[in-house]
Design a protein around this ligand. Structure first.
Ligand SMILES: *Cc1c(COP(=O)(O)O)cnc(C)c1O
Length: 414
C-alpha cells in the first residue's frame, strides 16, 4: 500500500488500526485443508478461537466449514452466537462447570475431558439422561516431551494439561467411564504446545494416540484430535526453516492410514490450528508522532503500543515496513520504535537499521494476527479499530473503542 491509500484509510477508520486480509485467511484454510484431506479424507479443522476470536473472522471460518475449538464457556457461547452448529463445536480446556458439561452434551458438541474432576459431572449427566447415549473424548497428557529435544513452551519440562497416562490416571478415568452404561468414549485429544513445532512431534502424538485408542477404546473410536500448534507460513525475516503443511500432513496421515488400514469406518482426524491459520492475516498500521533523540539513541514514537502487536512480549522483531510521506531520503540510523504507554518496555521494534522515519510517516507491522487482538489489555488508551479487505473493498469489522465502551457503564459503578 502507498502513502495516499493508507492516509485514505486513516481518514475513514482512525489511526492506528489493524487490517485483516480475508483472502489470505481463505488461502491458509485451503492450504491446510488440502494438505491433510488429500492424504486422509476424514479430516476436520477445528479453528482455535482463543488465538483470535474476532467475530467476523470466526464467521468466515464457519463459512469455510471449520469447526469451532473453544476452551471456555464464554468462547462456547460466542461460537453459538456466531451461528456455529453446536455439533461443530469442540469444547476443550481445563475449566468447565457442571452446567457447561450439561449444555455441551445436550447440544451434541464434542467434549474433551481435561481433568479428573469432570468425570463426576459426566457421570451425573449420564444418570440424569439414562436413555441417551452420551459421547465424550479424553485429553491425554502424553510423555513425548521426555525426549530432551522437545520442549514445552516457556521451557517447562512437562505439560499441565490432560490426563496423565504414565501415572495411571488415564487408565483410572477409562475404567470409571466404562462403568457408565450409556456412555461411549469416542475420541482422544493430544494438543501439546512445543517451541519447535516439529513434524516428528506430531508423528509421535498421532502414534501415541492411536496406540491408546487400540488398547483402551477399540470400535467406539470416532476421532483422533492432534490439537494445534503447527507452524504456518512464516515471514522471511524470521529466518526459520518451518515445515510445510504438506510435511505435517504426510507425517500424521501416514500413521493413521497404516493404523486404520483394515477399518472401513476410519476415525476422523481433527487438527486445531490457531497461529498457522491467522498469524499472517493481520497487519498493524500506525503513524509516527515524534522522532526523538536521547543521548545518541533514536526513538520513533508511534500512536500504537507493544500491547497491540506483541502482548506476549516475545523478543523477536516483527516484519516492519515504513511508508514515507515524502520521497526525500533521510539519514540511515539505528532506531527503536516505541509506543504510547508510560512503560519503559513499550518497544514495538528494537534496533532497526535503516532510513530514519519522519513525523507523519506510517509504520506497518506484519504477522500480527495470533494472540494479539485477544490479548490487548484495556490499558491507557482505547483499543484500535479493525478493518478488513476483501476483493479490494475495505470495511470495518471492529469500530475503535470509545470511553463509554472502555469504562462500560453497565459494568462500572460511578
Ligand atoms: C491454543 C490451542 C490450540 C491452538 O494452538 P496454536 O499454537 O495457536 O495453533 C489448539 N488446541 C488447543 C487445545 C489449544 O489450547
Amino acid at each position: 500500500m502507498n502513502f495516499l491509500q493508507i492516509r485514505d484509510l486513516e481518514q475513514q477508520f482512525g489511526s492506528p488500526f489493524f487490517l485483516l486480509d480475508v483472502n489470505t485467511l481463505r488461502n491458509n484454510h485451503k492450504k491446510i485443508d488440502d494438505a491433510f484431506r488429500s492424504r486422509y479424507p476424514r479430516f476436520i479443522i477445528g479453528y482455535s478461537y482463543k488465538t483470535n476470536y474476532l467475530p467476523f473472522l470466526c464467521k468466515e471460518m464457519r463459512r469455510l466449514g471449520a469447526y469451532a475449538e473453544v476452551v471456555s464457556r464464554l468462547e462456547y457461547d460466542l461460537a453459538l452466537k456466531i451461528g456455529v452448529n453446536p455439533e461443530n463445536i469442540i469444547f476443550n480446556g481445563p475449566l468447565k462447570t457442571a452446567e457447561d458439561v450439561e449444555l455441551a452434551l445436550d447440544n451434541g458438541s464434542l467434549l474433551n475431558i481435561d481433568s479428573l474432576y469432570e468425570l463426576e459431572y459426566i457421570r451425573d449427566y449420564c444418570i440424569e439422561n439414562q436413555y441417551k447415549m452420551v459421547k465424550v473424548g479424553l485429553r491425554v497428557n502424553l510423555n513425548i516431551y521426555n525426549n530432551s529435544e522437545t520442549r514445552i513452551q516457556e521451557g517447562y519440562k512437562i505439560s499441565r494439561f490432560g490426563i496423565c497416562v504414565s501415572n495411571g490416571n488415564f487408565e483410572y478415568a477409562i475404567n470409571k467411564l466404562n462403568k457408565i452404561k450409556n456412555l461411549k468414549i469416542v475420541g482422544l485429544h493430544g494438543h501439546i504446545s512445543t517451541s519447535e513445532r516439529k513434524v516428528s512431534t506430531y508423528k509421535q502424538i498421532t502414534m501415541e494416540l492411536c496406540k491408546l485408542a487400540h488398547d483402551y477404546i477399540g470400535d467406539s473410536l470416532e476421532y483422533i484430535d492432534i490439537g494445534g500448534g503447527i507452524f504456518g507460513e512464516l515471514p522471511a525475516s524470521f529466518h526459520i526453516q518451518a515445515p510445510s503443511f504438506d510435511d505435517y500432513a504426510e507425517a500424521v496421515s501416514s500413521v493413521l492410514n497404516q493404523e486404520f488400514s483394515e477399518i472401513e469406518n476410519k476415525p476422523y482426524l481433527i487438527l486445531e490450528p490457531g497461529i498457522s491459520m491467522v498469524a499472517n492475516t493481520f497487519t498493524f498500521i500506525s503513524k509516527v508522532v515524534e522522532v526523538k533523540k536521547v543521548q545518541d539513541k533514536y526513538f520513533v514514537l508511534i500512536d500504537g503500543s507493544v500491547h497491540n502487536i506483541r502482548p506476549t512480549l516475545h523478543k523477536r522483531n516483527l516484519p516492519m515496513e515504513v511508508v514515507k510521506q515524502y520521497n526525500e531520503t533521510t539519514p540511515i540510523e539505528t532506531y527503536n520504535v516505541v509506543g504510547y504507554t508510560c512503560m519503559e518496555k513499550d518497544y514495538l521494534a528494537h534496533n532497526v537499521f535503516g532510513e530514519l522515519p519522519e513525523i507523519g510517516d506510517y509504520i506497518l507491522f506484519e504477522n500480527v494476527g495470533a494472540y494479539t487482538i485477544v490479548f490487548n489489555p484495556p490499558f491507557i488508551k482505547e483499543r484500535p479499530g479493525i478493518v478488513a479487505v476483501d476483493h479490494g473493498a475495505f470495511f470495518i469489522v471492529r469500530r475503535k473503542e470509545t470511553l463509554n465502551e472502555f469504562v462500560n457503564e453497565n459494568l462500572y459503578v460511578f
